[in-house]
Design a protein around this ligand. Structure first.
Ligand SMILES: [Zn+2]
Length: 222
């Protein structure tokens, strides 16, 4: 799953407006941000096997530290604790922790059974929506659209940048998603690792959008 996680990040604003969109993106996509690093370090493994599912040519053969349920829970606790340490806002920390865990459950929907429960155990799960391109587009598209809608409802642009940076990111994410689906398989695992690390730019984009938008309260009374 790709844009669905960003949909979850966008939805975060509905729950607390005092967290930056960039931080929400980081939480929702956290385990996919550390995965490319672990991949490049050779700690986790993936193979390119075109046809393994209708959606991705990647066989996520070994990624217990970033993508086991247990691993994601540990990351969630660490992420929430780090946020709490710096910002001292417990509610926000809990929302961010929940977003880190949301990644695993969203992946669970689409992945073929390759998600480990616990490092060192062979049990792997995945509901396999990736076996159908159409079902993947519908499910992930709805999650993304739902998140963007919630975000759009709770914020408004302060200036033109606040509008164009937001629309630009949505178009960029959709374009990346489509080119991943229709493009040729990646040339190597290293290439996947490098492109994966470039996702930090999307996080920065989230901070940039956030600085140029403000909270929008419908029932504002003077
Ligand atoms: Zn993932």
């Amino acid at each position: 799953m790709f844009i669905g996680h960003f949909g979850a990040g966008f939805a975060g604003k509905k729950f607390s407006k005092s967290v930056s969109l960039g931080t929400y993106f980081m939480a929702a996509q956290w385990v996919d941000l550390i995965w490319p690093i672990l991949l490049l370090l050779g700690i986790e493994k993936a193979e390119i096997k075109p046809g393994i599912s209708a959606v991705t040519p990647l066989d996520f053969s070994y990624y217990p530290f970033s993508h086991s349920l247990f691993g994601v829970i540990v990351w969630s606790v660490l992420f929430a604790a780090a946020y709490f340490l710096f910002r001292k806002k417990l509610r926000n920390a809990l929302i961010l922790g929940a977003l880190v865990i949301s990644h695993w459950f969203l992946d669970l929907l689409v992945h073929i059974p390759d998600l480990p429960i616990f490092p060192g155990y062979n049990l792997k799960v995945g509901l396999g929506i990736w076996n159908s391109l159409a079902a993947t587009l519908i499910v992930e598209g709805l999650i993304f659209a739902g998140g963007v809608y919630l975000y759009f409802q709770t914020t408004k642009a302060k200036n033109k940048t606040g509008l164009y940076s937001f629309i630009g990111l949505i178009l960029f994410l959709i374009l990346m998603y489509i080119s991943n689906l229709v493009g040729p398989p990646p040339p190597s695992i290293e290439a996947i690792g490098i492109v994966g690390n470039a996702q930090w730019l999307i996080i920065l984009w989230g901070y940039w959008i956030d600085r140029n938008r403000e909270r929008y309260d419908k029932q504002k009374t003077n």
